[in-house]
Design a protein around this ligand. Sequence first.
Ligand code: PMP
Length: 477
Amino acid sequence: NLAIDHYATPSTYGFQSTAAQTKQHTDHAMLHRSLTCKPDTVSHASSIYLTLESGRTIIDACGGAAVTSIGHGNEEVHAAALSQMKRVSYVHTGAYTTTAAEDLAHIILDGNPYGLEKAFFVGSGSEAMDAALKLARQYFYEKGEKERRFLVARKQSYHGNTIGAMSVSSNLPRKIPYEPLLLPNISHVSPAYAYQYKLDFETEAQYVSRLATELDTEFHRLGPQNVIAFLAEPVVGATTGCVPAPPGYFRAVRDICTKYDILLILDEVMCGMGRTGSLFAFEQEGEGVVPDIITIGKGLGGGYAPIAGVLVHKKIVDGLRAGTGMFNHGQTYQAHPLNCATALAVQKLVKREGLVGRCKRMGVVLERMLRDKLGDKMYVGDIRGRGMFWGIEFVRGKGTKEAFEPGLEFGVRVQRKAFDLGVAVYPGSATRDGIKGDHILLAPPYIVTEGDLATIVKVVVDAYDAVEREIRTNRAR
Ligand code: PMP
């Protein structure tokens, strides 16, 4: 029942609009991302499909923003949520806990193989990042290392929209208007983005070594004894599109942080909770590469509940125990029972159905399809990712890796065409050194079949071909 022959229907997915749609939805009262564009209303969602008010059915090949994991409309999760609502709808975690929250923490920490000892649940990835920053600072404050005040993050990173999370992010177009409000004492080093930044004469190991030296030098510039933490996404999500680090990078980063007792905070809000083929993305970075604090989100509740979390290593917990014994970061709705019970049902299902392993296996299939069908296309520069998390970067020339003119909106155009053909993908445009790059991101639910992936890839190829044709025709004129 896919509307893949639906070329004629204008899409309004994300932030596009048409005069007709605007007229139809003049009654929207939501302050949307764009004041002039009206998004489609989704009236129903089931498995990997979204049904729009217009009756069109779309394959959700990006899980919203890499959120949907077990697919939409799962009745087991509905039942768990309702049952929790009936038992305990709310208590304040300053005074109480619930079995839902404790069981969720247990299922994620699962015997604590990496020394991650405690979990803390909030409502969004941005809040999780803010809580992580406070925890890191408090750890040193209680140890008496109060001079530690600097945070080092990476360029082209995205950590969220709250003031704290935005301050450590480096998604410049989103940040610049708010600069006077952002936190001080934050600097950004180069990302680990081999496709664009590894020099031709460098080996991967030399590139890693260059990045490690840059980080070490930055710590020295600030005085290592003044630095709280280094923050990074193990697989960069929204900004540059599913970019894993080259082998050895996180090993080197961990070692440098350990050398100066600087904390390593890994942001797995997008890439964590199974999406890359292991529960945590950092597990693929080698033995002993373990963060001190990790943030998780999206896949935790799989879209069924607004929930994110902070997982805290024993080292930090012990530090707080030895100090005030408090983490005074009480938010009214933290570890909300409904969110926890819902996420718990999602996580039980992920575990029972072996969906993390499935992500890994299907990732191999998706990679093969993407490389076979898109690898030789003239404007496809790079295809990278892991598990159910893949980015396709578009460039003007394969050799030069040069970005398209920003006004061309290559990625957005591919996304729009794909949507018109019945598949939702996530567009992206990273600003690299002042230059805007284009990519799309695929993050299908973990339950996709090989057949679904073939349909998704076919539509992406058709969408890409249509945009390539348009651009070549315009250039020929
Ligand atoms: N960190 C990363 C890596 C993210 O991708 C996001 C969201 N895209 C966030 C943090 C912020 O999460 P939220 O939107 O739930 O606040």
